[in-house]
Design a protein around this ligand. Structure first.
Ligand code: F6P
Length: 356
């Protein structure tokens, strides 16, 4: 059997561990050839396609490396027009690919689902994201590493905030899901955690900062990039690159600083963690989870169970239909235990005080 492997969408620590596990499991089985596809679906859209054979040597020594040895693309869309679709179909035929293992987020899963429909390309999905927002998957690899990086940043910020008696705002990634801000905020001892799922009340934040000005004399605010003030719009920026423009989340930490500073005596500063959260070595937890995901993906391939995505549910590695994942997001539910716990231990979630 000929199996293609690609990584699509934003990179994430643990991708190489998946590539390694898929390849080694399939090669060990004895009857598979593995082809690495360059830069996500882009590699299948080129004429000639950009692929390279993956053998034991190519995937040895990469378990711990950040990024992806195959390269990735956020913008490659094989469904964009009929000519591209036909080229992809021809390439798949010419390469003799029986199935592609697509490692990516919800966008990659929806492209895989679309290709199955349009050109009959069999796919097996492996979820990745530092945002932990893939539907029907309780934890994706990359998240643990991102939480560890953001937590360390919060701790480092705390010592300087304390010395200078400042209000420090730390903006995390996470798109429209607050998992990264919530878990790193709790682990990094933030006083205020602001999530996309709970529009914040500015006065509630001012009150906490003012009270802390009297006693602790510093405050740490952890805010997810998709958070917003009640009654205000999302903060996005226009990003222009390579002739295309896209609207990107980010910058709410600066917006909050502008709104808070006039209300407080303390100096208010913002740090945007950005791509630091995506780079570098995966944690041991992510290396193990990514290896388990890759191994399970290889099993799906060998059993001919195509159109499915590997997932983690109730602590078990299992799989779901890709169509149940494509273009949907998993956000923090309002009754999540971590939210209740955060409130109980005095973390402000930006909610107005409950009326008596
Ligand atoms: O989905 C992962 C993520 O890191 C988001 O948290 C963030 O909004 C986005 O990717 C940024 O992606 P890029 O800078 O690659 O466009």
């Amino acid at each position: 059997m000929r199996v293609g492997v690609l990584t699509g969408g934003g990179d994430c620590p643990g991708l190489n561990a998946v590539i390694r596990a898929v390849t080694k499991s399939l090669i060990n089985h004895g009857q598979c050839e593995v082809l690495g596809i360059a830069d996500g679906f882009e590699g299948l859209m080129l004429d000639p396609p950009a692929v390279k054979p993956l053998g034991w040597d190519e995937v040895s020594g990469i378990l711990h490396l950040g990024g992806t040895v195959l390269g990735t693309s956020n913008s490659a869309n094989p469904l964009r027009d009929q000519a591209t679709l036909e080229r992809v179909g021809r390439n798949v035929q010419a390469l003799g690919l029986d199935v592609v293992v697509a490692i990516g987020g919800d966008g990659t899963m929806s492209l895989a689902h679309g290709l199955a429909d349009q050109v009959g390309l069999a796919c097996v999905g492996v979820p990745k994201t530092i945002d932990n927002d893939i539907a029907n998957c309780e934890r994706s690899f990359g998240f643990d590493t991102a939480v560890a990086t953001a937590t360390e940043a919060l701790q480092r910020i705390e010592s300087t905030a304390n010395s200078h008696h400042r209000v420090m705002i730390v903006e995390t990634m996470g798109r429209h899901a607050g998992w990264l801000a919530l878990e790193s905020g709790i682990a990094g001892a933030a006083d205020i955690i602001l999530l996309p799922e709970i529009d914040y009340d500015l006065q509630a934040i001012i009150d906490v900062c003012r009270a802390r000005e009297q006693r602790q004399r510093y405050t740490i605010i952890c805010i997810g990039e998709g958070a917003k003030e009640r009654g205000h719009a999302l903060t996005t920026g226009l990003h222009v690159a390579g002739g295309t423009q896209a609207s990107r989340l980010g910058g709410i930490g600066h917006v909050l600083r502008e709104r808070l500073q006039p209300q407080l005596r303390s100096d208010v500063r913002t740090t945007v963690l950005g791509h630091l959260q995506r780079g570098g070595y995966p944690t041991p937890f992510d290396r193990v989870l990514a290896t388990q995901f890759g191994h399970h993906a290889a099993r799906l391939v060998l059993e001919g169970r195509f159109g499915r995505m590997v997932t983690l549910q109730a602590g078990e590695i299992t799989d779901v239909e890709i169509s149940r994942v494509a273009n949907t997001q998993r956000t923090v539910p309002p009754d999540h235990g971590l939210l209740t716990m955060a409130r109980d231990i005095g973390i402000c979630l930006g909610e107005p005080p409950a009326r008596a």
